[in-house]
Design a protein around this ligand. Sequence first.
Ligand code: HEC
Length: 140
Amino acid sequence: MNRPVLAVALATAIGAAALSPVGRPAVAQPAPATPNPAPATPKPRSIGEATFLGKCRYCHVEMGPGTLTLAKRLGPENGLLAARTDLTADYVKAVVRNGLNTMPPINRVEVSDRELDTIATWLAAHNKPAGKRKPGRGTD
Ligand code: HEC
């Protein structure tokens, strides 16, 4: 841990809090057109993709630590989870709940069983040839 940097960050946070008006309700700002302008991610096309992006994007986008670690360990074609064709839902669930090397375990408060189910099913199925998909799922 880099203490000087932390101290500066804390001082900045405290300073910012002291400067903000107290006792007055915050003026509602119109929502920005793009809430997160940094990664230009296309709109999610399914609930599975949306849940994956909401819960896992932090580490599993391009250049995220998960993507980079997997690319190093398993080869560049296996870095991006969303592009994988070899994942099973059970494997995804086991990794998420137990962690894997530098990926920390993620508990039921952070990602509920239902959300994990949705994510795991999407990761396992969305890149499979159409014939192997369960009926009723997205066509992406
Ligand atoms: C804090 C960062 C972080 C978050 C958040 C995170 N992961 Fe990971 N994940 C990693 C890292 C790092 C690895 C690589 C571990 C290794 O192989 O050493 C990894 C690996 C994995 C693997 C293993 C893939 C393989 O081929 O073995 C799966 C599956 C996975 N993550 C799923 C998820 C899912 C699903 C979520 C969201 C619910 C998620 N991860 C959230 C960091 C993260």
